[in-house]
Design a binder for this molecule. Structure first.
Ligand code: TRP
Length: 334
């Protein structure tokens, strides 16, 4: 391990992962495991805030974990675990609910967004206290750095405030984490609407390349990618504002072939060729991932073993933190 900076990123087990998740985030996790002490949780307890049906969360957790291993997280190097396999998350989660005020939680923009979207539906109290559980996720592991996008900054801020408050009340106990900007991944846009991010909530699947897509479907999606009607000699150039569709293809191509978008652009005159080559380059990147993913899903014993390795490593750190926290507060020893 190059250094001991502990870095934690978690992912909710919701939906299938796509090329945007891979090139934008997961790939950096895989590289990061060699540079720092990486912890990655599949946060199934967080998914309960919107779960109302039996039999869904466990399956989604398994698939998400399988994909984390398939993209290259190495259970011998990184600590990859399911959140519910580490009961300390629930334990510290409650304690953190008592370090964060109702007012602070009321100011979380994500809660406001999510509860508004669920208007008329059941809004779980857990959706409101979610940041306390997230704080526990982070603080349990003495995390130094949490790479997050802008949508999560507020949650890291509340985590820091809660940890500072705890230390102030009960004495130096918790490591104060920092939000860091993740290593710039590719910004992957929808192949059908290149002005919005690739996402599973796209109206049609045509704009979204899932990591589990069949190669022929991947090629088809790239062949049908939306570009523009420019027929000039320099039509293939990297210009996000004027030519978002072409720029997206160039950025994806660059990301999977290890070049810059401008260098890729210099090799093409026609959109057709660029689409086909980009599709093929993506297939070459995704092929081994898809193969490994389905191998793992076919071997539930191995997957369970890998997750048990992660849970054991995670619990070792997490249980020590909970013990320290209990001692600091002065809870009656069991
Ligand atoms: N809230 C995060 C999201 O929606 C997921 C998450 C839960 C998380 N716990 C975390 C992210 C801890 C980073 C660290 O994406």
């Amino acid at each position: 391990m190059a250094n001991q900076t502990r870095v934690l990123s978690c992912i909710q087990p919701t939906g299938e992962m796509h090329l945007g998740n891979y090139l934008g985030a997961l790939r950096a996790w895989v590289e990061g495991q060699h540079r720092c002490d990486a912890f990655h949780g599949v946060v199934d307890l967080h998914a309960l805030t919107v779960t109302e049906e039996p039999g869904v969360v466990g399956e989604a957790t398994l698939r998400t974990a399988a994909m984390l291993f398939a993209v290259g997280l190495d259970p011998e190097i990184a600590t990859v675990f399911a959140q519910s396999h580490v009961p300390e998350h629930s334990q510290l989660g409650w304690i953190m609910q008592c370090q964060i005020s109702f007012g602070e939680l009321s100011r979380m923009t994500q809660f406001k967004d999510k509860s508004t979207k669920r208007e008329g539906q059941f809004v779980a109290a857990g959706l409101f206290t979610y940041p306390a559980l997230q704080a526990a996720d982070i603080l349990l592991y003495d995390t130094n750095e949490v790479p997050v996008g802008d949508d999560q900054r507020q949650h890291i801020e509340i985590t820091r405030d809660a940890a500072i408050r705890f230390n102030h009340r009960f004495g130096e106990t918790l490591v104060i984490p920092e939000a860091v900007t993740p290593a710039a991944g590719a910004r992957v846009m929808s192949l059908q609407d290149p002005t919005s991010k690739m996402s599973k909530s796209d109206d049609s699947d045509a704009g979204c390349v899932y990591l589990t897509d069949d190669p022929k479907d991947v090629l088809k999606k790239f062949k049908r990618a939306v570009t523009d009607s420019d027929t000039g000699l320099d039509a293939v150039r990297f210009d996000r504002d004027e030519k978002p569709g072409v720029a997206n293809l160039l950025e994806i191509n660059a990301a999977v072939t290890g070049r810059t978008p401008a260098a890729v652009a210099a090799e093409y005159e026609q959109y057709g060729r660029l689409k086909v080559d980009t599709g093929e380059a993506v297939v070459a990147t995704l092929d081994p991932i898809r193969t490994r993913y389905f191998e793992l899903l076919d071997d539930p014993g191995e997957l369970a073993r890998l997750l048990a390795v992660g849970a054991e490593k995670a619990r070792e750190v997490a249980s020590a933190t909970v013990e320290r926290v209990h001692r600091a507060i002065g809870m009656l020893p069991a």
